[in-house]
Design a protein around this ligand. Sequence first.
Ligand code: PLP
Length: 396
Amino acid sequence: MTTYRRPDYHLETRLVHEGQERTPFGETSEALFLTQGFVYESAESAERRFLNEEPGYSYTRYSNPTIAAFEQRIASLEGAQAARATATGMAAVTAAIVSQVQAGDHVVAARALFGSCRWVVEDFLPRFGVGCTLVDGPDLDQWRQAMRPETKVCLLETPSNPSLEIIDIAGVAEIAHAGGATLTVDNVFATPLFQKPLELGADIVVYSATKHIDGQGRCLGGVILSSTAFIEGPLQQFLRMTGPSISPFNAWVLLKGLETLPLRVARQTETAGFLADSLYNHPKVRRLTYPGRSDHPQAELIKRQMSGGSTMIAIEVEGGKDAAFRFMNALKLVHISNNLGDAKSLVTHPATTTHQRFSPELRAEMGIFDGLVRLSVGLEHQQDLLNDLTEALTRV
Ligand SMILES: *Cc1c(COP(=O)(O)O)cnc(C)c1O
């Protein structure tokens, strides 16, 4: 439907222009088509459109020009053949997995997953006869051993939330494909700028667009990127019939968010690197993990599959939960929130919030200790952030 497709332009240029189709009014900014449906010139036209014999839109649960513009722009960013937007990141993950399996199938997933993603594979899918095995993501042997003839889907997130462990995407893709399964990567923490799972062999990439793609804490959204065969085949049917559609308004916000994504993520990553270096040897910090540091235990793998360190830092303070709480409560500029990827810097205590439902043993397996605080670095001045963090660390 859209005329603007110039793959020869650089990324920044495509993120400003790709997917825009001007109306006869000649508006500068992308039009927002806040409409449920579309009218037809004739009964014959409606019939043809339902037969897919005529281009055009029919109902926003199926598709919408503003949503399509967002999908085209992010597909261009990811280098994917096609994309579909959803109401939330969880709708994207759930649709991507559920549309690939049926009773009797099996899923292998990394243990360190975003809490709700883990619930979908570990608790929800088994209700419908789909088995699930969880593995330590960085250990490729565990992936190999978990594969079964009925394994259809492998799922991972890297860097993982919140411990920032790295999983070898190309390695897992090879194991998945050898076993006749596909690999889905939740790429939120790396952002579409720093990691290209499709180029590394993954079949499907999912995002919570709620995070860096919006980047200013306004609306929820998700997106699934893959081959045309998957997107327009099993996925499209699942989305159209079950209806986790994104609002055109939210798609418009996210579409505009893509225009500034490279600038925001570059600045946030630069600040994250500065903060990680400045706090690394702090006496109150037991352990600091940042994928952009050359002493990350998996630095070699990071160099192979990521082109930037990300906007997230994992800080384990000395003194467990009490110390972590004192640190968080003493922060003045950095806010306490379970969200991430915002222009505002945010801290989370995963053990008592996002990962509360797991036992201390399971949390330890995922690297989530009571002193661990996850920091999402925003767009504030780096010195103001460092001052706030250092001042608060005196309370630990
Ligand atoms: C936030 C997040 C999700 C869920 O996204 P929502 O938009 O909140 O539904 C899934 N995976 C990861 C890694 C996330 O950070």
